[in-house]
Design a protein around this ligand. Sequence first.
Ligand code: NDP
Length: 249
Amino acid sequence: MDNSLQGKNILVTGASRGIGQAIAVHCASLGANVAGLATRTSNLDATAAAIQELGGEFLGLEGDISLAATATDAIAAVIEKWGTLDGLVANAGITRDNLLLRMTQEDFDAVINTNLGGSFHLLKAATKPMLRNKGGSIIFIGSVVATTGNPGQANYCAAKAGLHGLARSAAIELGSRNITVNVIAPGFIATDMTDKLPEAAKEAMTSHIALKRPGTPEDIAGLSAFLLGPSGSYITGQVMLVDGGLSLA
Ligand code: NDP
């Protein structure tokens, strides 16, 4: 089956760098019009340039995704520009790591409100235009640690685990309207987020990966495009691991 995204209008949050940027550029390379959201539009310059070089259309949007208005404004801007929303990748996320005894309420709330709350705001805002459009594909970017847990990341693991329930429930509610909702759960991917980990922690993590290397943002982009396109149209309510075999250890 041809998995072209030609003519599809797709919103990717956290599109300024790392995994979100790779997804945005890959979708554009398959013919999609891509809207990217980051905390500031100026952070999206490199993504915009890469997409424009491919001859694609890019719409840069800014805001804090922990606020519901950011999601509604972003989706309204996509509809205003292109008329429909076919795909949503809720990728923007943060970490505020600390052991439980030292984790502040503020660190807990920031991660829950951004990683889980942001995805909820986007899901709510995307549903209406997708219902009107009689279909759509929604992807949440989760994490393998949602199921394993990870010391120092109780807030992050709780937020990512919440995405599983959110996706499954939404998949059941929206399935009859031809809207799919899935989670892609990356393992250890080389981005700014993981670059700040101590070198020893990175080496220890890599040693547990069956493929013996960290993933690249592009390793996540391929499955995202598959789920957003015609080939993924009968897949919903699933949590898909892209982790090089990390979860096997
Ligand atoms: P990065 O830290 O490299 O990029 C984060 C992106 O999210 C940036 O585009 C950033 O925008 C955006 N962002 C952060 N906070 C907000 C906010 N409040 N509102 C809007 N945008 C925001 O992260 P990764 O690419 O590594 O991670 C992307 C997703 O993948 C995250 O959800 C992460 O949890 C998940 N993930 C990553 C893994 C990894 O190993 N890297 C493993 C498993 C999951 P700006 O540039 O403006 O700050």
